[in-house]
Design a protein around this ligand. Structure first.
Ligand code: F6P
Length: 327
């Protein structure tokens, strides 16, 4: 163990995700178990710059394991992108005698931590926390499982009404740059087509698919659209399809931020616990600038630089499977 680390501080950054609180609890209690002082930074990098830092004890994280969101609040910081902002952040850490950071967030969070280390030598371990599941170095990010289950349950409800009225629904799910939520929720809910940002959308193909379904007397169809699809959001795509395909009445439903909230699933709570504990023990063992992830059921550390630079490819076969099984 690295005896130089006596005081760690943790924060959540970027979009919140269910399971962050379970992870905060794990970081705090693992740190205390090993005799470390643990502090929480409020509102991510912005809070660090402003010195919003408070000591955490075991009681601070009581009764949060089941809660969505993050008790530490979160933000996407513009100021930390400047060297002046990072200098102020480093001064705050020095004043509070903090030796190392634990960051729960996504790509942008780890990019910031990597630059921060190069400029100010503050060691950091990252934990992947985003509903988008778009990080290299882990099979699952914290919050993805809860978000896809929320989306799936919403789509199931939409299917009930779509089927009763013989309607075609375009359902927009989150994912500005990534189609993981769309792929998994679409496959799990029997969607007729799944449109994701990573794969170009051809409206001709979509209309042919809908025509085929209509000829086979399908009583309803559901198209899942990731918000960042190249052909537009669900409203835009629905309007284009409406001009050419009039067999069904067309409706649009945008699920939005409800996908980010709610009580975390068992999987996300356990993931938060495992990665939180591993991050603390990793930093005590002298690891830094790495992300703790879960690969094939085992905790694995991946350098930030790899987690940031590698693009995580969507599994096209899952989309094809979903569409084949729904045809
Ligand atoms: O957290 C990831 C994510 O939910 C993306 O899927 C989405 O595009 C984005 O955050 C929305 O961010 P904001 O809440 O800042 O608008």
């Amino acid at each position: 163990m690295n005896s130089k680390i006596a005081h760690i501080a943790l924060f959540t950054s970027g979009g919140d995700s269910p399971g962050m609180n379970a992870c905060i609890r794990a970081v705090v209690r693992t740190g205390l178990f090993h005799g470390l002082k643990v502090s929480g930074i409020i509102r991510g990098y912005d809070g660090l710059i402003e010195g919003l830092i408070q000591p955490l004890n075991s009681h601070s994280v009581s009764n949060i394991i089941q809660r969505g969101g993050t008790i530490l609040k979160s933000a996407r910081s513009q100021r930390f992108m400047t060297s002046e902002g990072r200098k102020m952040a480093a001064e705050q850490l020095k004043n509070h005698q903090i030796d190392a950071l634990i960051a729960i967030g996504g790509n942008g969070t780890f990019t910031g931590a990597e630059i921060f280390y190069r400029e100010h030598q503050i060691p950091c371990i990252g934990i992947p926390g985003t509903i988008d599941n778009d990080l290299y170095g882990t099979d699952f990010t914290l919050g993805f499982d809860t978000a896809v289950n929320t989306a799936m349950q919403a789509i199931d409800k939409i299917r009930d009404t779509a089927d009763s009225h013989n309607r075609l629904f375009f359902v927009e799910v989150m994912g500005r740059d990534a189609g993981f939520i769309a792929t998994w929720s679409g496959l799990a809910s029997g969607a007729e087509a799944i449109l994701v940002p990573e794969i170009p959308t051809h409206l001709e193909d979509l209309i042919t698919k809908l025509e085929t379904g209509w000829k086979r007397q399908k009583s309803s169809s559901i198209i899942i659209v990731a918000e960042g699809d190249d052909a537009g959001g669900a409203y835009e795509i629905a309007n284009k399809v409406k001009e050419r395909f009039q067999h069904y009445e067309i409706k649009v439903s945008v699920l939005g931020h409800m996908q980010r909230g709610g009580s975390p699933t068992c999987f996300d709570r356990v993931l938060g616990g495992r990665l939180g504990a591993a991050a603390v023990e990793g930093i005590m063992a002298g690891r830094f600038n790495e992300m703790a992830g879960l690969i094939n059921g085992e905790v694995v550390f991946t350098p930030f630089i790899q987690a940031i630079q590698h693009e995580l490819r969507i599994r096209t076969e899952l989309i094809n499977l979903g569409e084949m099984l729904a045809s």
